[in-house]
Write a protein that binds this ligand. Sequence first.
Ligand code: SAM
Length: 288
Amino acid sequence: MGSLTSPKVIKNIIERHGFKFSKSLGQNFLIDSNIVEKIIEGANISEEDNILEIGPGIGTLTKELVTKAGKVVAVEIDRGLLPILNETLGSPSNLTIVQGDILKLDIKRLVKDYFEGQDFKVVANLPYYITTPIIMRFLEEDLPFTALTVMVQKELAQRMAASPNSKEYGSLSVAVQYYTQPQLVCKVPSTVFMPRPKVDSLVITLNRLDHSPAEVKDEKLFFSIVRAAFAKRRKTLLNNLVAENLGDWDKAEITKILEEVGIDPQIRGESLGIKEYALIANRMGIRS
Ligand code: SAM
């Protein structure tokens, strides 16, 4: 078998297995070995690492991962890819392929069963249609991951890494940066996929933080304030917080709270960093 990034090799394999690309499953396979290398480098993998790969496809990244990591578990939703993975990867002792939907699988159980509950890293060329829910699941579910190295749509990576006062900055930036430190790895043009998607991509590593950048007493309230603050980007912070009806506060009370924590009610949500949102949430939390 030739290289798994060769379009000729891919065509041959998928034809022999009668496999058809599914657009709805976000199946765009990598056909560039340099990008594969950059993803592997960006993930900074050592022999001790446990790796969870999401969506191995025909095994292009997986093949490299098994040579670098201690253990690899790859979760693939499409049963039609299992015989292909069997052919392309064989059965290395450090690899387990799990058929399932990463949004529905019990990941805690999986980590316990395969990684003995130890830390792990996620590496994935993610299916575009569910990138945000997958990332949010890892961030919010208290899973022992140390880093996520993922290929995502360019605009999404920019939003995750954005700083306050930029047009990309929003509630996703706050959520991602509350848990991790994003680091852009490389740009990826649409030409390196088969079939070619309409968008360009970026590889980004989200390094888990030991502590969030600010102490937050009630995370649920914190995130509902953040979401409310960005609900209508042209509205002021005050008007968004009032309109989104976060409990029983009226306009005068919210104005007072913002002034008490030293935040101008007339600014927009995009000017505030995580620390400022934490100040508002912790102050509002006294009465919620
Ligand atoms: N890793 C391969 C590569 O880089 O060439 C394939 C990447 S392709 C963009 C996304 C892969 O995720 C596909 O194999 C697709 O079947 C799989 N997938 C889509 N939805 C999934 C889900 N909910 N759970 C697990 N895998 C999924």
